[in-house]
Design a protein around this ligand. Sequence first.
Ligand code: NA7
Length: 534
Amino acid sequence: MEFDAIIIGAGFGGLYALRHLRDEMGLSVQGFDGASDVGGTWWYNRYPGARVDAPSSPFYAYTFSRDLIDEWDWKETQSAQADVLAYLEHVADRFDLRKDIQFDTFVNDARFDEVTQRWSIETDHGDRHSARFLICAVGALFVAHMPDYPGIADFAGDVHHTGRWPHEPVSFAGKRVGVIGTGSSGIQSIPEIAKQADHVTVFQRTPQYSLPARNRPVTDDERAAYREDWDTLNTSMRRRGGWPFKLSRLSHTEHSPEERQARYEEMWQRGGMHLSLNSFVGVLAKEDLNEEVSEFVRSKIRETVHDPETARKLLPDYHFGTKRLILDNGYFETYNRDNVSLVDLREDPIESFTSSGVRTATGEHPIDMLVLATGFDAVSGSMLKLNPKGRGGQSLQQKWGEGFDTSLGMMVAGYPNMFMIHGPGSPGVFFTMPLGAELQTQWIDSCIRHLDDRGLATIEATADAESEWSAEVNAIANRTLYPRTNSWYMGANVPGKPRQFLGHLRGSEYFDRLSEVADSGFDNFVFEAPTATS
Ligand code: NA7
């Protein structure tokens, strides 16, 4: 069938794009998703303990509809996966989105036809469709990263990746569970698994700085207050790259060591991201300040974990906050349980798997179930999996062989009328998820209107604009400590992946840039008039 736009993905980004392009712009739109229902990352990541680990309720939500803000009651300050999914299901119902999404359908092929100036796609059911615009809302954290240890396929017990968690309940009762990975997914799930399992062995490659989420129910008064202040909060989020509150302007050099420690303690007690974002200016950029905050968190880990040897293994030795910061609910405390043990893979690496356990350098760890909390081929992986073919049939895997160049994190030279939501070089993974998706979609809206007002067929990024954008994204990252650490932000978690900072760190400047580019008439982009056959 022929559409104006095809949207791949029915998570936060894809659902909003569908609603906007269809209902606000009057376009014919078809969505596709490999999952059986809406939700995207929240449909897949249903491991125990999965929660939002960003500024949460009501800020990890859409801003476009005042009615949605008023009618949806967020239950907790740090929403659980099931609540976020219920919210997205509600959005799908309220705006009647499902009727235009084909579920259980992966798009296997997408290619641009230079003669018709349209995108053709083929699904895993063998159906073919075409559209003038291709919107890839394929998720920044979708392609599961699977470790490749010798013998892992021989392990006879159940193996679950946190990002592909089964829909039927998984029981840990009476089981010895091995968990590999201590990123967000590991740190959120380990305390929950430990409550049920006979024993949990955590295999840790890199210790993490994790901050207390201090999750709690949202009160009626808080709901009333944020609804009343919604306009201000909304503007604030737009100005602060997704963060809703005023941030501290305090300079650490103007405060004594004692005052600084008191401030860290206050932020720690407040919980969430406050220690990182709100203690003093420049925690993620100034080495001395960062080291002080790093040491503050290490002291909390030492204080919390009773066994000094376990505590030692849990101490991170890199710059605080430069791997994705984690919010936990009792992670470090979990190591005080008798049924939890920690293997530090830096000292005691995994050599191989057997049918009944894991063999490390120092011995055998018998397990009945393996949980892989080993993350994702983040940000670029889902686009590379889709692997669209642009001008001259060039595949994205060829184009991005050595680096993930984009313009504004949204368009790729050689791929006309193809837009990415939260693509490499955009700030999506830095707090701006739902809001960022809305603003990116509104930019797509401006592009389409620009084309239509001028009778043009396509818009396309240029290679020069991509180089400039990459330079800008890197320059911003290089003013911080982020690039000094191996993290998925740098592509360092996947063997062989090009090292490149994958996100734009200044959400508010990014949002301004989107507006400026649209207002300038898309200065750095090139356009094509319709061909005779288009
Ligand atoms: P992450 O944050 O990428 O964490 C993955 C974890 O798995 C991390 O501790 C990795 O160690 C570890 N890992 C990855 N591969 C291996 C192998 N081969 N052996 C041992 N350990 C390994 O993914 P999450 O799913 O936790 O979180 C993703 C995002 O979702 C999160 O940042 C939030 O934004 C929500 P490493 O640190 O790379 O040494």
